[in-house]
Ligand binder design. Sequence first.
Ligand SMILES: [Zn+2]
Length: 105
Amino acid sequence: MNFGETLRTHPILSEEEVQAVRSEVEKLVQHPAVGRIVHFVGEDPEREYAPVCRAAIITEVGAPLGDEECVALAVLNRTGMSFELGCAHDEDSKVRDTWHWPERV
Ligand SMILES: [Zn+2]
């Protein structure tokens, strides 16, 4: 039996399931640290202020209140930078003014 061929033709997990597991594992093994690049959910003034992901660099971790998932960010907007304090981590619903790890594409 060709095991590799069997896996290809009868996968144990679907592509979506593999992505979901990978995403969960990454959340468990990644920790915010100064200098890491993340996404900040801002708003796009040219699209009726719809939520939009902006690249951001973590400038401080654990502020305020020592919550290690709460960070300060230098946000790279299209036409300039902004600085955000006390950003909460939101990997699931990605609401405005929160941060998350960049999506895999
Ligand atoms: Zn994003």
